[in-house]
Ligand binder design. Structure first.
Ligand code: FAD
Length: 474
């Protein structure tokens, strides 16, 4: 621990107490490495304030002692966004003790929750009140509200409800000098200049600490239906989606995966089985949901899928007969990242292109990668209806993990990102930039980086917040 950090901790100990300051290396270790185990950092201490006032005290003291901080929630970032720098120059600021649900207003359809609330806990709490928070993702047992806001997370329901930007009505945050920004009042109209709340959404912890958020809730689910469909290619998938959307406003999720991803998930999950018999090159998982007691999502899906089968648009389909079966379908989808991780080293790309372009992109980009990097294998899965897939390039079997990441990964990523940009897309659809994509953002979007850096420097002049993530600042 350097001198400034030691002085900061001494200054904060009377306020935070032992619960709020962790210096035991064994307790810090799990929070120093990212979920994908690609980035190993080092932090001499974790600061864990219990409430917003304590966050203000920490930030004021950190500014005074010039100690950089890495905001961290559940540490489920896919881009090394919450991993501290390797040199031990920054401390982790964890929101894990700020886990109170301050208010659920079922009538107004809104909840005010603290940053450290875990997504799965928010789901459970809103359900008790007859409402739901309509965003979910594979890391729901770890991801926190602060992390979701700060990465503008997406997930599997963006099709109907949008990303965190659309679901966040207001934000409470502490800015780098310790000032409280109280934007929780969730006004429908508020034109007082720049929208600081929106600036903090997706800021990746570079502009301060989100301490709480007011979130939009949806009506509780009255009925839902989950279908698994086999089809020939992503183009058939998109045609099916458009047809379903024309028939109903109940389509909430539409996830695509190739046969090989399904096989990986089945192999990874003990006791799992493919939902359909026979071989289908591509699969989609569809969720139709309603809060209207008179609507019939299962009937709607059944009728539309029967038509699609008859016309040859899809090759097979099944509607889950029970919640247990629906859950088993979703478990396959949510375990894809873990399942693919177990297959060996791969470079992952969270990319988006215009939705109508995506089916062609998925096929052509995979073929281009396989041709350019012989022995590797590229494929994509994910949120077809959002034009966002997770495009993975897996190393040839037997490849040494360290060598692959050190020597090949960057070249592969540049190739994939060039294809994405040529298709009018983005190199980060929902995971953010973190440290993983920082150099690529500079390479491909220097003007955007210059504007981001100007904002960052204005609010965080000493570069104390999440150093090295999103943009590099002198
Ligand atoms: P962390 O990982 O701790 O932090 C993420 C970023 O936010 C960091 O930059 C951090 O500094 C900053 N941050 C965290 N808390 C605060 C705060 N209170 N104030 C300021 N900054 C803060 N993401 C999707 O969008 N869609 C998906 O479908 C999806 N699926 C996933 C599946 C799996 C299996 C995993 C492991 C991850 C997935 N993710 C997905 C990524 C991840 O879950 C999200 O990015 C999530 O929002 C991170 O939340 P967290 O609390 O873990 O944040």
């Amino acid at each position: 621990m350097n001198k400034a950090q030691t002085a900061l901790i001494a200054a904060l100990r009377p306020r935070l107490g032992d619960k709020g300051i962790v210096t035991d290396p064994a307790l810090i270790a799990p929070w120093e490495i990212d979920w994908r185990r690609r980035f190993q950092g080092h932090a001499p201490a974790i600061l864990a304030p219990a409430d917003t006032a304590e966050v203000q005290a920490v930030l004021r003291a950190a500014a005074e002692h010039r100690v950089p901080l890495v905001p961290q929630g559940g540490n489920s970032s896919m881009v090394g966004g919450a991993t501290p720098p390797q040199d031990g120059s920054a401390l982790i600021l964890s929101t894990r003790r700020m886990n109170r649900i301050r208010r659920i207003d079922a009538g107004a359809g809104m909840a005010v929750v603290e940053a450290g609330v875990i997504l799965a806990d928010l789901h459970a709490a809103t359900e008790v009140e007859g409402r739901r928070f309509p965003l979910t993702l594979g890391a729901k047992g770890n991801a926190t509200v602060g992390g979701l806001v700060s990465t503008n997370a997406g997930g599997t329901q963006v099709l109907r409800f949008g990303t965190m930007r659309g679901l966040t009505l207001g934000v409470e945050a502490v800015l780098p000098d310790g000032t409280l920004y109280d934007g929780l009042s969730a006004l429908k109209k508020d034109n007082r200049g720049y929208d600081l709340g929106q600036l903090l959404i997706g800021a990746e912890g570079t502009l301060g600490i989100v301490t709480a958020a007011a979130l939009r809730l949806a009506p509780a689910i009255v009925a839902h239906a989950t279908a698994w469909v086999g089809l020939a290619d992503p183009a058939a998938g998109l045609a099916l989606l458009r047809r379903l959307q024309a028939a109903s406003d109940m389509i909430e999720s539409f996830e695509i995966l190739p046969a090989e991803s399904l096989a990986a998930a089945v192999a990874h999950l003990p006791g799992a089985r493919p939902p359909l018999s026979g071989h289908h090159p591509w699969h989609v998982l569809i969720e139709a949901v309603t809060g209207d007691p008179t609507a019939d999502p299962a009937g709607m899906l059944e009728a539309r899928l029967a038509e699609a089968l008859e016309e040859g648009l899809v090759s097979d389909a099944i509607i889950a007969a029970s919640d247990t079966q629906a859950h088993a379908f979703w478990l396959l989808r949510h375990s894809l990242s873990d399942a693919e991780r177990a297959l060996g080293p791969a470079v992952q790309h969270d990319i988006a292109v215009p939705v109508e372009t995506m089916p062609r992109f998925m096929i052509e980009a995979a073929a281009a990668c396989d041709a350019r990097f012989p022995g590797t294998h590229a494929s994509g899965f994910g949120h077809l209806g959002d034009g966002n897939i997770h495009f993975h390039v897996r190393a040839a079997p037997g490849t040494d993990r360290e060598r692959f990441y050190a020597e090949d990964a960057a070249t592969i990523t540049r190739f994939v990102h060039d294809l994405v940009m040529a298709a009018g897309g983005t190199i980060s659809a929902e995971h953010g930039i973190g440290q993983m994509k920082r150099d690529e953002l500079v390479r491909l979007s220097p003007e955007r980086v210059a504007a981001i850096r100007a904002i960052k420097t204005a609010l965080d002049p000493h570069g104390l917040f999440n150093p090295g993530k999103l943009v590099a600042c002198a």
